[in-house]
Design a protein. Sequence first.
Length: 438
Amino acid sequence: MTRLKLIFIVSVFLMTESSCYALDMPNVLTLSDGLRVATENNRLVKISFRERDISYEDSLITRSRMLPGVNATINQTFLSNQPGARLGAQNLYTSERNYLSYGINAYQTLFSFGGDSSRYEASKSILDAKKLNIDLTKNIVALNFITAYFDLLETEKMLAVSKKEVESLESHRLVARNLFNEGVITKNDLLQAEVRLSDARQRMLTLKNIRATGASRINNILSRPLNTTVDVEEVHVNAISADKLPAIESAWANAEKQRTELGIIDREIKATELEETVKKSDYFPKLFAQGGYNYTENRYQLQEDNWSVVMGVNLNLFSGGSTKAEVSKVRHRKEQLNEQRKKLVDDIRLDVEKNYLDIKNAGEKIKVTKDAVAQAEENLRINKVRYEEGIGTATDVLDAITLFTTAETNYYRAAYELRRAEAGFGYAIGTDLVSAYK
């Protein structure tokens, strides 16, 4: 029994330790998790969903015009004098002074030369465009999040480089102070080290501020409180690999097939064409049917209730030229959308080419700067040894530290330029970024 109690106590202790460890572990936000949250919770995405819902209700309103309208009425009339008529020398009552009446009537447009049906089809086309706009908004939000994520990773690398620079300058200042105390160097060398160290610390403070701003930017995209802690990790997945880039012509063709914006504007053009049919239908008559039942409480009438059916035609003979103007207006709108589509294709091609060239450029930068980092590090080591042995100068060491910092900065900047360009190229050719970075 005692042994069982001991096992139970140890188990509880281990579980408690595990829980505390889990609570102390940083909550790392991966790129894929962040994309999932962003495309679900971002304000712009939620707004696009509401736009779709509004468009859906508009389509129902439009469809209602194709269905019969049914109205019911009930009235109680109170008259001060009882209605009547004079027939020769005799007065006759024609109605009661107080009476009840009620009725139900239905109205249905039977044929409108495609006006109502085209209006409904146009509303459905707009609804399809709003649905596509949700996908577009999600991909835009995804690109913004990916860019912000890589910006934050780049800032953290820059911050690490800045810390190394400060540490190197602190080490150099310590060596310079010892050499100055021994009378080997002048005070000018020590002052140079102090000034350079102060400048490096200021740059590090600036980078810390940039890092905090970048974290707030990510929280804003995720619709979280801006002061929420953000810990990110390195990404090893690409939207498209730099060494597997398609030919630019192939990329243009893929973009024209896959970009959601073109699907949206195509549906807007279709809706405009249908709207033209709607406006043209006003030139033609509309056939309608109307029927109902009416009852009036009146003992002076032979029949108090009555059924009715009416068939008729409505035709607008003259509207001051408004119908013609409406048709012309819709045609101009269609021509405008066609030009916008051509402009959109041009912009998409430019976007594809820009990111394509950015990938190429960043890749070349990485090749150049990668070797420069190793060379600058070796140069710094040599100059430190020379200075400590009294052969080199303080300026040589400070320049070597600056050179090494610059080389590392250029390398990381090029690396994240490549990652952002890859994401931008994926977006430009119409890739679903959430799926690409899973």
